[in-house]
Design a protein around this ligand. Structure first.
Ligand SMILES: CC1=C(/C=C/C(C)=C/C=C/C(C)=C/C=O)C(C)(C)CCC1
Length: 302
């Protein structure tokens, strides 16, 4: 992956936020929250807004935007209904899907040898993603449990998660085992490895959501956007302008939709934690997005 200014710029920004959190917690909270929200609005949420372009450009030429939108919205609707009917199953599915999606993004090499049918590569990606996600959530097990407890009321799984991270403290750092696996499997991109290592290290000193969003927005979403730009758009500023123009409509709809739904939640969904509702909305967007990215990486490798 090419070295870009932003690739490097996130590191001093994360460093300043960590130092602020340690020395001036009040300022750290505000600066960290603004940084996390900016990351979400600029990269985290918009990184799925090119799914229609990816589907069109990697398809067989028979793309129809209406058919794409109907299928996309239908997938979201079905998954949203699952959240209402089977919340525990839907959460487990979300965590597995996220592990898959994170693993798929982070274990792509410059010269991918794995193919779609390569079960070993898929297993490694899922293992990587699970270790990474577990470690990020275990950065603050109590807060993770607090957020989830409005969905899984007095669940033994949550109590088990707390106990496990308390009694086996090495389980709090599984994201670094994931990183080790990545270093073993992808030897070439040294700057990318160092950057991810520093992002994960910074996340250790941040509150749960800021740490998670640092990885999610400034690594995961950023890397995905960069790859889509490299594969599907012209090089340089012209390609960037076209890409931003393509991203704007669905980015705006998603950001505004999520803000409206989360802020109005007390009127229609009083008992669910707003942070959890935010992630449920993200999960509903992620299901069709992850499927499209799997196809994108499959095509890119082929
Ligand atoms: C941080 C966090 C959670 C997990 C969020 C996940 C797993 C997000 C995944 C997003 C993806 C994969 C987006 C698509 O690109 C929980 C457990 C819901 C609640 C505690 C805080």
């Amino acid at each position: 992956m090419n070295f870009t200014l932003w690739n490097a710029a996130v590191l001093p920004a994360a460093f300043v936020i960590v130092v602020l959190h340690l020395l001036l917690p009040g300022a750290g909270f505000w600066v960290g929250t603004v940084f996390a929200l900016a990351g979400l609005i600029l990269f985290g949420i918009p990184h799925g807004s090119l799914d229609h372009v990816i589907t069109e450009k990697t398809g067989d030429g028979s793309f129809s935007l209406i058919r794409f939108l109907v299928l996309y919205l239908l997938t979201m609707l079905v998954y949203a209904l699952f959240w209402v009917w089977l919340p525990a199953f839907s959460l487990l599915f979300f965590l597995l899907m996220s592990a898959w999606h994170f693993g798929e993004t982070d274990l792509v090499t410059e010269n991918p040898k794995q193919t779609f049918s390569d079960i070993a590569a898929r297993f490694l990606q899922l293992t990587y993603g699970s270790l990474l996600l577990f470690g990020l959530l275990a950065n603050d097990p109590q807060q993770t449990v607090d957020i989830l407890s409005s969905l899984l009321v007095e669940s033994s799984v949550l109590a088990g998660f707390l106990q496990l991270t308390e009694t086996h403290s090495w389980l709090r750092f599984t994201e670094f085992y994931a990183l080790g696996l990545r270093i073993l499997l992808i030897r070439s991109a040294w700057f990318d490895q160092l950057r991810l290592a520093l992002v994960l290290f910074a996340a250790l000193f941040l509150p749960l959501l800021e740490g998670f969003l640092l990885y999610f927005c400034h690594h995961h979403a950023w890397v995905n956007l960069l790859r889509v730009k490299e594969k599907l758009y012209e090089a340089g500023q012209t390609g960037l302008r076209h890409m931003i123009k393509d991203m704007l409509p669905f980015s705006l709809i998603s950001v505004v939709g999520i803000v409206i739904l989360v802020l109005s939640a007390p009127l229609w969904l009083a008992q669910v934690n707003p942070v959890l509702l935010f992630f449920i909305l993200i999960s509903v967007l992620t299901l069709p997005h992850a499927g499209i990215m799997t196809r994108f990486y499959y095509k890119a490798a082929g």
